[in-house]
Ligand binder design. Structure first.
Ligand SMILES: [Zn+2]
Length: 146
């Protein structure tokens, strides 16, 4: 039995080397678009990723925080989040919605609370609301909390 070419182990994909600055710039543009929530073409898969579109949060939890926060306020928060220039600034604005609750025997499982500043007042919301409004992953919230 002879080995044909297809029997040989798959070769590793060679690492992409950027030989010119345009390739490099393209990647930076992708990064900027990802931050601002605009659509971008993934450098890795070459697929177009849809941009983030604002959608009013209506369903989150039994408290229905989404219905208590008016749509214009949600839109404003969404836009200011995606107008941040760096991931660090975005994270900072996320972090400003998250507060650590001093642990007490009563609230043992509620270590974090989430709120949104609405015309000078803090409105309590749930974690699901924050995730849905800013369209971020739970992981990103977790990273901020550590
Ligand atoms: Zn809720």
């Amino acid at each position: 039995m002879s080995l044909s070419a297809s029997d040989s182990p798959p070769r590793k994909r060679p690492r992409k080397v950027y030989i010119n600055h345009t390739e490099c710039k393209k990647r930076l543009n992708v990064r900027a678009s990802r931050l601002s929530g605009d659509e971008y073409v993934s450098a890795w898969s070459g697929k177009e990723k849809p941009g983030k579109k604002f959608a009013r949060v209506l369903r989150c939890c039994s408290e229905k925080c989404g219905t208590k926060i008016p749509e214009p306020v949600q839109l404003l928060k969404f836009e200011s989040f995606y107008n941040e220039k760096t991931k660090e600034l975005q994270d900072a604005s996320l972090a400003s919605c998250i507060k650590k609750v001093p642990s007490s025997p009563v609230f043992r499982n509620k270590q974090w609370c989430y709120h949104l500043r609405v015309s000078g007042n803090e409105r309590k919301v749930c974690r699901q609301f924050i995730i849905k409004l800013y369209q971020v992953s739970e992981k990103r919230i977790r990273v901020i909390q550590h």
